[in-house]
Write a protein of this length. Structure first.
Length: 152
């Protein structure tokens, strides 16, 4: 699978927030959103990735972008992961039905987890830029997000 290409409308979806409320495509309207798909909470590369991006959160916000972490972990695992790391990036769960949103965005790994991917969605709900790492063990640098934001 490949992530949705630029110009594609964001699919209809529902992810679960830590407070058990839904995050849907309607939440994308009017803002630039970066969906950070990652394989597993507490894995070494995911830990490094979320920490790096959180350190640059204000710089992303200065460019008008809000980042969200997306994995197939349950919300309680994501909450523990977020708290353990001390990061502010909101986590969204694609736990049930497992991987449905990852599949809709073209980033579901056949092994049962999200590919390591970045998808930038513009205020109009269209995908503006996407990237998928060559392997789940590759950490996409923050420079990729900044490059993608320039495309928006």
């Amino acid at each position: 699978m490949s992530p949705l290409p630029a110009g594609t409308p964001a699919p209809s979806f529902s992810l679960q927030r830590a407070d058990q409320t839904a995050f849907t495509e309607a939440d994308l309207q009017g803002q630039t959103t970066v969906l950070v798909f990652y394989p597993f909470a507490f894995s070494p590369v995911c830990t490094d990735q979320l920490s790096l991006y959180d350190d640059l959160r204000e710089e992303f916000a200065a460019q008008g972008a809000t980042l969200y972490g997306v994995s197939c972990d349950a919300t309680w695992s994501q909450t523990a992961f977020r708290e353990k790391l001390g990061v502010a990036i909101e986590q969204l769960s694609d736990f049930e039905p497992k991987g449905a949103v990852c599949r809709a965005f073209g980033v579901y790994h056949p092994g049962g987890f999200p590919q390591r991917a970045l998808v930038i969605i513009g205020p109009d709900g269209l995908v503006r830029w996407s990237h998928q790492a060559d392997s789940p063990g590759d950490l996409p640098g923050a420079n990729l997000i900044f490059d993608g934001l320039r495309a928006v």
